[in-house]
Design a protein around this ligand. Sequence first.
Ligand SMILES: *Cc1c(COP(=O)(O)O)cnc(C)c1O
Length: 387
Amino acid sequence: MQPLIDLKTQYLNIEEKVKEEIMKVLDSGQFIMGDTVSQLENYLANYVGVKHCISCSSGTDALVMSLLANGVGPGDAVIVPSFTFIASAEAVSLTGAVPLFIDIDKDDFNISSDKIQILIDAFNDKSVSRHPLPEIALHEDLKLKGIIAVDLFGCPANYYEINKIAKKNNLVVIEDAAQSFGATQNGNKTCSLADIACTSFFPAKPLGCYGDGGAIFCNDDNIADTLRSIRVHGQGVNKYENIRLGLTGRLDTIQAAVLSVKLEIFDNEINERQRVAKYYKELINKNKFKVQKIKSENESVWAQFTLVANTEQERDDIVKKLNENEISTSIYYPIPLHMQKAYQSLGYHSADFEITLDLSKKVFSIPMHPYLKEREIERICKVINDE
Ligand SMILES: *Cc1c(COP(=O)(O)O)cnc(C)c1O
């Protein structure tokens, strides 16, 4: 079976180095934090081009911690796209705040920046006729605190517009870069594009470790201090003084060691991902399937290579055919967030976000990783094009 992501081939290339670095941690006996973690944080902050990197336990925890550090909690609301992984909205709910869903752009699948101001105005006027709102926003005076923009499938969202609208409305922008670490916008790396950014080192992400992990990036010294405190149960100057509530949010030292090895090959892997994406785009019959559009200012890291069929039936047929030909596929995402059972109580309707609903029926993702060979790409495309 042609896998969606090939972590095995990657491991065979770095096996010795990874074992060596893990052994060093085992020999040192330092399993929590320590130099391995701080060196990784310095490296990542430099790589991205921001002042602070706070490594943490997962991408989801990165989002929760970022929201907490910005004072988001019960009685607040945060704008989140309806077409993303559940964690983008779940983090908001876990703080006690309410997600306000918004539709996405039909071409690049990221938050529709032209609808943000409309949503803000509708929210302020409690007017569902102007933009769908959760029921609770009509009955309670929630306070809008921020926007979570997601860099879907590795492609940065439209930060120029998002940051501009956020500034005007005094909102914090959180970049959910869980899928886009290493990508760029106008030459700037993701995780540097908003007030605060979160990424994930879940194994299947472009930069993955061998377990759960994540990181938060920001330039603000106070927010960085708050995040470091939240990471360890809201600690003050010493461990048993707690000045706020937090969580067990640290990145394991062993995972930091794994990441330090993976970073050595990461830039080369990004180039290889771009090679694969370029060849796919050359070969795929655009009359049959649309490809996620990457605007000229962006370079995606292609966490997923996602196609859009003309109809739901065509999508289901091609997925079946690819699987029959031993080619893995996946559907990101089959159920829009506003239609998830977990969010039933918000009272949204399926047609509230048209593009999200439409794409959830037509998208499918095909194998994408740095180790795909030309002839494998050619075979996948032959099946897709029905040649
Ligand atoms: C994977 C992912 C997350 C969560 O990351 P974890 O490390 O799995 O907690 C958040 N947002 C998006 C968009 C993701 O793809």
